[in-house]
Design a protein around this ligand. Structure first.
Ligand SMILES: [Zn+2]
Length: 265
């Protein structure tokens, strides 16, 4: 874990990249910010989380870090111990955690619930949607730390790096670390309702777009050519053929639209 800071004093805001070692976009955005060293109006902590996994170019070494929180100093796995150290490091900080995905090119935010803070900040980020995990937050960073996660785009793509940089700048502006104004937009909110299980198979296919409603009776995926048909309509979220080992992704309901807060005078 690498920890840096811009500005002096005790930070109440933090940025985390590299929770997953094979998602370089957030790491690059943080490194770029550290090179630019912008002057800040309040201090911010910058953390590169799983350096060993990043060096190896893998999601994790022994256990998915974003399922390992709160962690334990005596945990059996590298990620279990790291989760504990990260929780310590981020305590009392509003945290912005950057990821990338195999499922969707457009940036979107993930939170565990819609609170005042997310209502205020997320409409100021360049995201096309916000996902509320509800009951599916187990072991994720925001189960212990107040966190807004963002998916910056497709893993390893140049666009995800550019998106990560824009998202990071927008977040730091929204919380008053960087000076200036943000662009405010309406953001639809989706709530996860279930996981979409994946049978053990050689090949997987997904036939639908994330955040586009799947109708009852529509074929949305296949495992070794065996089709999976929707019993009822749903919105697919974080869905991809090979992004996760055991699941295609999640079903979600569209529950709300966040409207931008009025701009401050
Ligand atoms: Zn990730």
């Amino acid at each position: 874990m690498r920890v840096a800071q811009l500005g002096s004093g005790t930070p109440e805001v933090a940025v985390v990249a590299g929770v997953h070692g094979d998602e370089p976009s957030g790491v690059r955005a943080v490194e770029q910010l550290l090179e630019e060293r912008p002057s800040v109006e309040r201090p911010v902590k910058l953390v590169i989380a799983n350096e060993r996994a990043i060096e190896c170019g893998v999601r994790y070494l022994e256990e998915d870090l974003n399922r390992a929180f709160p962690g334990d100093p005596d945990a059996a796995t590298h990620e279990g111990r790291l989760a504990h150290r990260l929780t310590d490091e981020l305590a009392d900080c509003l945290t912005f955690s950057m990821h990338s995905t195999q499922s969707h090119a457009e940036p979107f935010a993930i939170v565990d619930g819609v609170g005042d803070l997310t209502r205020r900040i997320v409409p100021q980020l360049p995201v096309s949607a916000m996902v509320e995990t509800g009951n599916f937050a187990d072991g994720r960073l925001f189960s212990t730390i107040e966190t807004i996660e963002v998916e910056c785009g497709l893993q390893g793509s140049e666009r995800a790096i550019q998106n990560a940089h824009r998202l990071l700048r927008a977040f730091l502006t929204a919380v008053g670390v960087l000076p200036g104004d943000t662009v405010r937009t309406e953001v639809p909110v989706y709530q996860l309702t279930d996981v979409i299980d994946k049978q053990r198979a050689e090949t997987y296919e997904v036939f639908v777009e994330n955040f586009v409603e799947v109708e009852t009776g529509e074929t949305f995926a296949a495992a070794d050519g065996i089709e999976q048909v929707a019993d009822e309509s749903f919105y697919p979220v974080l869905m991809s053929p090979y992004g996760y080992q055991d699941v295609f992704g999640y079903t979600a309901d569209r529950i709300d639209v966040l409207t931008p807060p009025p701009a401050a005078d």
